[in-house]
Design a protein around this ligand. Structure first.
Ligand SMILES: [Zn+2]
Length: 134
C-alpha cells in the first residue's frame, strides 16, 4: 500500500488514491477531522460563485422616480438588517440608476413633444397673417 496515498477503501474495494494529509493516513475528503473544514470550504466556494436571494422577492411596480427612491430606501435597510446580500443590493442600485436615467429621458421626450406642439400652434396663425399681408 502506498502510504502517501489515502488508505480509505472505497465501496468497490479499491483504495481512494488521493494524496493523504501530511502526517495522516487519509485524504482531505476522508479524514473525519477535515470533514467540517471541507463542508465550510464547499459552502464558501459555492456562495462566492453563485449569488442567491434566499426568499423570493415580491414583484414591484415602478411608476416613477418616487418608486425608485422607495426601493432604494428599502434595499438599504435590508442590507443594514443583514436580510439582503450586498452584491444583490449593488445590482438593484445599478439597475435603479438605469431606471432613473430612463425616466429622465422619457420625461424630456414628453416635454419636447409638448414644446413642439406649442410652437406648432403659435406658428400657424403667424403664417396666416403673413399670407394675408401679401
Ligand atoms: Zn481518500
Amino acid at each position: 500500500m502506498d502510504h502517501k496515498k489515502c488508505q480509505f477503501i472505497m465501496e468497490d474495494g479499491s483504495q481512494c488514491g488521493a494524496y493523504s494529509i501530511k502526517g495522516k493516513t487519509l485524504c482531505f475528503s476522508h479524514d473525519p477531522e477535515s470533514a467540517e473544514a471541507k463542508a465550510v470550504a464547499v459552502k464558501n466556494g459555492g456562495s462566492s460563485k453563485e449569488i442567491r436571494v434566499d426568499t423570493s422577492l415580491e414583484p414591484i411596480e415602478m411608476n416613477g422616480a418616487g418608486d425608485v427612491v422607495k426601493l432604494l430606501i428599502k434595499t438599504i435597510n435590508e442590507v443594514r438588517e443583514g436580510k439582503l446580500d450586498p452584491r444583490v443590493a449593488n445590482t438593484i442600485g445599478y439597475l435603479s440608476s438605469h431606471l432613473l436615467k430612463a425616466y429622465e429621458v422619457a420625461s424630456l421626450d414628453t416635454k419636447l413633444t409638448e414644446i413642439t406642439a406649442i410652437f406648432a400652434t403659435r406658428q400657424t396663425p403667424s403664417r396666416r397673417i403673413c399670407n394675408e399681408e401679401y
